[in-house]
Design a protein around this ligand. Structure first.
Ligand SMILES: Cc1cc2nc3c(=O)[nH]c(=O)nc-3n(C[C@H](O)[C@H](O)[C@H](O)COP(=O)(O)O)c2cc1C
Length: 397
């Protein structure tokens, strides 16, 4: 049977699935449920010394939206969005640490890892929260430079307001890393130009790993009322963000390799996505929205799905999958030439490929389409839309 263990920041995790820092990890009771559901790790809701950021969570609101960005009211589709307003951990640090230490004790019996998450509004605060986490016994701490909500609050210098100020973020990273003995992970916002540059700067400032990435800010009007959904702009994400996240995981792995470890979040819906995150280069995959939609038992299903996939494909360890897709990427100039090949005996003459061809390669014949090979650039549009498997194949030439 496949071995799902993976090493991250010097610690062995029994599997790569972590419950991300959010409401499912709001307190010890919730974190225990994630652990009971088989998560390899829980990342506690972000502990903060900012009363303003704690208070937001008392006013939390969220909606699951369908592909039209309307409230689902029933079955939540695979491509949903989670549109949410929320803050950080409810309790002040001294109280929240009790939740953490209680969870650590519980996690030990279940072979799960508890990761701390912190956010402050000044450098001394970041250092002191980090020390509190270390003294409480977490093996590593995540600094939340990605929370979108401070952007919506005038003058709030935390979360993505830090993550968008690379120099300030590195100053915090350096001070916290110097003050702590445990590894420091930086959770970044995707709302910047260059996460490769930022990751390199964070590495030089002492970060052991990066969390790629927190969520976006969005805006959704309700067209029936003319009012903004949940009263205004909010954090937005969902499974559709996955390729955007994987792009950064791909680029950071490509540029920094083993120098900086990667944990991924923002778009992991199920075990297939966990595999995609790993094949892109993430050792640990953090999941939030899907758990908030389907409940804690969703975690268990994904761990089992991952095990089954590995067995079926013959992957014995997570390391055998780590970054393999990223490491196989080709530049445009390196790609082999391809052309479409049409099996006219299978063609149902539906015409879909004709609509999807823009190089004049697919042509209408008497009873089926045929290929004008000279015009074919090998884009694969026809192959993607053809509804009859095997009718159109892409062949290297
Ligand atoms: C309601 C809600 C609350 C969240 N709270 C936190 C938080 O306290 N700290 C943090 O680092 N990220 C927080 N996040 C972000 C998640 O940890 C996660 O990174 C993000 O939702 C992307 O993962 P997903 O696509 O699996 O949802 C929150 C997300 C949501 C939806």
């Amino acid at each position: 049977m496949a071995d799902t263990r993976v090493k991250f920041c010097g610690v062995t995790f029994k599997n790569p699935l972590a419950a991300a820092s959010a409401e499912p990890t709001l307190n010890a009771a919730n974190m225990k449920k994630c652990i009971d559901s088989g998560a390899g790790a829980v990342i506690a809701k972000t502990m903060t010394d900012s009363a303003g950021m704690r208070e937001l969570t008392q006013r939390a609101k969220w909606r699951f939206l369908d592909q039209k960005h309307e409230v689902c009211h029933g079955k939540v589709p695979r491509g949903f969005s989670l549109y949410s307003r929320s803050g950080l951990a409810l309790e002040p640090p001294d109280d929240f640490m009790k939740e953490i230490t209680e969870t650590i004790k519980y996690a030990r019996e279940k072979d799960a890892v508890v990761i701390g998450s912190i956010a402050s509004t000044d450098i001394d605060g970041w250092v002191s929260l980090g020390k509190q986490m270390q003294d409480g016994g977490v093996p590593m701490v995540e600094l939340n430079f990605g929370c979108p909500h401070p952007k919506l609050m005038p003058g709030m210098r935390t979360g993505m307001n830090v993550g968008q100020d690379f120099d300030y973020a590195c100053e915090i990273t350096r001070k916290v890393s110097d003050a702590l003995d445990i590894p420091v992970i930086i959770k970044v916002t995707p709302q910047v130009n260059d996460l490769v540059l930022f990751s390199e700067m964070l590495h030089k400032a002492g970060a052991r790993a990066v969390t790629l990435t927190n969520r976006f800010i969005g805006f959704v009007p309700d067209i029936q009322t003319g009012q903004p959904l949940i009263y205004g702009k909010a954090g937005i994400g969902g499974p559709w963000t996955k390729p955007l996240t994987l792009r950064w995981i791909n680029e950071v792995r490509t540029m920094l390799g083993d120098k900086l470890e990667i944990t991924g979040t923002n778009g992991a819906y199920d075990w297939r996505d966990i595999v995609m995150f790993i094949m892109s280069g993430a050792r640990i995959v953090q999941m939030c929205s899907a758990v908030m939609c389907y409940g804690y038992s969703w975690l268990d299903k994904q761990v089992k799905g991952l095990e089954e996939f590995m067995d079926e494909k013959g992957y014995k360890t997570i390391d055998q999958m780590l970054g393999i897709a990223t490491d196989s990427c080709m530049e445009y100039g390196e790609m082999p030439h391809e052309k479409a090949s049409v099996n006219q005996a299978l063609c149902k003459n539906c015409g879909l490929c004709l609509k999807a061809c823009f190089s004049g390669a697919m042509q209408q014949g008497d009873e089926t389409v045929y290929l004008n090979e000279e015009n074919c650039v090998g884009c694969g549009g026809c192959y993607s839309v053809c509804p009859v498997k095997g009718t159109i194949e892409m062949v290297k030439c």
